[in-house]
Design a protein around this ligand. Sequence first.
Ligand SMILES: Nc1nc2c(ncn2[C@@H]2O[C@H](COP(=O)(O)OP(=O)(O)OP(=O)(O)O)[C@@H](O)[C@H]2O)c(=O)[nH]1
Ligand SMILES: [Mg+2]
Length: 315
Amino acid sequence: MKLIIQIPCYNEETTLGSVLKELPKNIEGISKIETMIIDDGSTDKTIDIAKKHKVTYIVAHRGNKWLGNAFRSGISKALSEWADILVNTDGDNQYPGKYIETLLQPILRGESDIVMWDRQTASIEHFSVLKKFFQWLGSLLVRILSGTTVPDSVSWFRAYSRESLLRLNITSDFSYAVDTLVQAGSKKIHVSHVPITTNKPTRPSRLFSSMWQHMTQTLSILLRVYAMYHPMKLFFSLASVFFVLGTIWVIRFLYYYLTIDGDTGKIQSLILSGAFLTIATVFFALGIIGDLIAKNRKLIEDNLYINKKMYYNKK
Ligand SMILES: Nc1nc2c(ncn2[C@@H]2O[C@H](COP(=O)(O)OP(=O)(O)OP(=O)(O)O)[C@@H](O)[C@H]2O)c(=O)[nH]1
Ligand SMILES: [Mg+2]
């Protein structure tokens, strides 16, 4: 069993050294541990630090391509280098390397394909009450939409089996955290989680400038990926809301029209219901078209899985 520990880095010269020093050198059940950084166009000494610490693979992007693309480059390299398990951790020393062994256990036992770290956000001291509430709400929404049971959906510290890497197709350039979970739920990739504590922050997030930006970006990615994998559920739910509203207003019109001797004074209700029912029809149509496209995507992804397996396993 070969493990590759990957660290996407964007200007992490101050903390990368301590992250690398903390990584485990031996883990029971793992015959080889290798390290990899994906340098996403850093302008500081990130690469020099990686070389100094004898990182096994340095994947360098020309310019800043964002985290989703860095993760994709990492997956590709890990598959080429025959990783059986890939662990992703941050370059800002947010996640204690000593817990990697714990993170791997569900995969080593053959129980899971993706293992997430659960930061237990409710007990993190430096999180405000508002941040804890939104973390809880966001993770609840991700659980509902992805059909997984993860308590902490946006942490980067995760372990992936080779099989899950072959199955996942990252389409988000920016943050892939919820993208992977919706896909895992839809593709029946087993996801589990282990509760571990977090290090104190070494610097503010580089990905998100504020909590609001984090929330809006993540929500937008979540809805887009959900629409990709479950278009019928999404658009039929929206259509149903407008269908019910339209029906209520048309019933109101008919009630007055039929009971109060041809009263046509409620014509506004009829116009409103016409608009609602038209919107409902558009959403129903989008659901059906989306479903047809999603079926094609499934076939394409099945094909991609076979191609990736042949390509990487031959290498
Ligand atoms: N490849 C790439 N990596 C990035 C980029 N921005 C941040 N990173 C890396 O992605 C990891 C996560 O970034 P952080 O800034 O720690 O974001 P975060 O973990 O969501 O935020 P915190 O929870 O506040 O730490 C780090 O290892 C960064 O170096 C980027 O544009 N491209
Ligand atoms: Mg971080």
